[in-house]
Design a protein around this ligand. Structure first.
Ligand code: NDP
Length: 433
């Protein structure tokens, strides 16, 4: 703690992993001897840089940029960029740390990293966002590359931002290096299903959790928080699998639509018009707009937090359990507080942690890297099948590891032990680096 003062979220993420991997360390004394825990908690490299840019009225702004290259034992550093005013070094370190284990769980050859800035793209014009992205890349370009570090999108970084970032990288380096960024638009080297991947993948994972108890999404009421990239495509897949999403949110509140969220309308509001969720109730009079209580008060059988970290606390967890929730699946990174997780587990609610349940996005990014490297482009159907197979594998790996270590049904232990063991084995093999 004293080495990383004030990095609350990073401490929270490290504690969560260390609390579950004891049995793996007991079984493998060579991990302790090689000091894998200490090495894994220390990023290989972290870069912090100044990002100056000019707004439309000529005022100068200074933001802070970050790239934390956490672990490259399994492959190039891989993980998204987040543009949000709340971003601090501790935020990026927590996300990068989680990413190491998530990427390991996919079974694909990718290490873990994360980056971003405290820049807030909301309310900024396209040209302002472009100028910011160009300035950000003017420093970032020297740290990344298809064999070293491959960033992607995250909160506040979608296809518009990735386009500006890639354009600037290409211009500075004079290289059309498609594999240097993932989440690109289909028009210039992007992959089918990347946009949908995290939401679809989370839904597939939870579908496997339901199947493992002889159940399915059919006829279930589902609550999805957020209305960004992850949330929208979670809603789409839940509807395709026969569930009904009855509530969605953004940071201004949530809408409760007992007849089921009209996804085309919500996509239009969020992806095209870039408006607040309040516009939903303007168009759907029977839906209720709620700003004075938590979305987790809405009764449901499946809850999929897909907005941000620490958005579901112990009170929310108690409300979910009381209302008959069977499964909570984390679409976002660490959306449930440690107390929230404890309450859910004590109440017997199955809990799918983000590092397993939301691994579909990075897995599809790795597929995008494969396509870029081979100058190939796969169909939507083929790509979605690959994603589905990967998510079933991630589920089965967590499930089997939990059983192997005497914790059946404990997806937190399963995910942490399986992810940690894969990285630890690779680090041992590479020697003291
Ligand atoms: P977006 O920026 O596309 O969407 C985030 C959504 O969450 C927005 O609707 C935002 O609303 C909402 N939100 C933010 N803070 C709050 C809050 N305090 N209460 C309610 N709603 C809130 O991000 P993504 O969908 O890409 O990412 C969401 C989460 O999923 C993050 O934790 C991210 O790290 C994780 N993730 C994303 C992946 C991806 O492929 N995109 C991959 C794996 C994980 P508003 O617009 O009002 O801020």
């Amino acid at each position: 703690l004293s080495r990383n003062p004030g990095e609350t979220e990073f401490h929270q993420a490290v504690r969560e992993v260390l609390e579950s991997i004891g049995p793996a360390i007991d079984k493998h004394p060579e991990y302790a001897q090689a000091r894998i825990v200490e090495r894994i908690c220390e990023p290989e490299r972290q870069v912090i840089f100044r990002v100056p840019w000019e707004d439309d009225s000529g005022d100068i702004h200074i933001n802070r940029g970050f790239r934390v290259e956490f672990n490259s034992a399994l492959g190039p550093f891989k993980g998204g960029l987040r543009f949000h005013p709340s971003v601090l070094l501790g935020t990026v370190k927590f996300l990068g740390f989680e990413q190491v284990f998530k990427n390991a769980l996919t079974g694909l050859p990718i290490g873990g990293g994360k980056g971003g800035s405290d820049f807030d793209p909301r309310g900024r014009s396209d040209r302002e966002v472009m100028r910011f992205c160009q300035s950000f890349m003017l420093e970032l370009y020297r740290h990344i590359g298809e064999y070293t570090d491959v960033p992607a999108g995250d909160m506040g970084v979608g296809s518009r931002e990735l386009g500006y970032l890639f354009g600037q990288y290409k211009r500075i380096t004079n290289r059309y290096e498609s594999g240097v960024l993932t989440g690109k638009d289909l028009a210039y080297g992007g992959a089918q299903v990347r946009k949908e991947a995290t939401g679809y993948g989370c839904t597939y994972f939870v579908d496997q959790v339901l199947k493992a108890r002889g159940d399915s999404f059919e006829g279930k009421d589902v609550v999805v928080s957020g209305s960004g990239n992850v949330a929208l495509y979670t809603i789409e897949k839940v509807h395709q699998l026969g569930g009904r999403v009855v509530a969605a949110s953004d940071s201004s509140g949530f809408v409760h639509d007992p007849k089921g969220i009209d996804l085309e309308l919500l996509k239009d509001i969020k992806e095209n018009r870039r408006e607040r969720i309040t516009s939903y109730t303007d168009a759907v009079p029977h839906a209720e707009l709620v700003t004075d209580r938590s979305i987790w008060q809405v009764p449901c059988q499946v809850a999929l937090p897909s907005a941000t970290q620490n958005e579901l606390d112990a009170d929310d967890a108690a409300a979910l359990a009381r209302n008959g929730c069977l499964v909570v699946g984390e679409g976002a990174n660490m959306p449930t507080t440690p107390d929230g997780v404890r309450v859910l587990r004590e109440a017997g609610v199955l809990f799918a942690p983000g590092k397993a349940a939301n691994a579909g996005g990075v897995a599809t990014s790795a597929l995008e890297m494969q396509q870029n490297a081979s100058r190939d482009s796969w169909s939507f159907r083929y790509s979605e099948n690959r994603l589905r197979e990967i998510m079933i594998d991630v589920h089965d790996r967590c499930h089997a590891t939990a059983e192997e270590y005497g914790r059946p049904g404990d997806y937190v232990a399963g995910a942490n032990i399986a992810g940690y063991s894969r990285v630890a084995e690779a680090m041992l093999a590479l020697g003291l680096v």
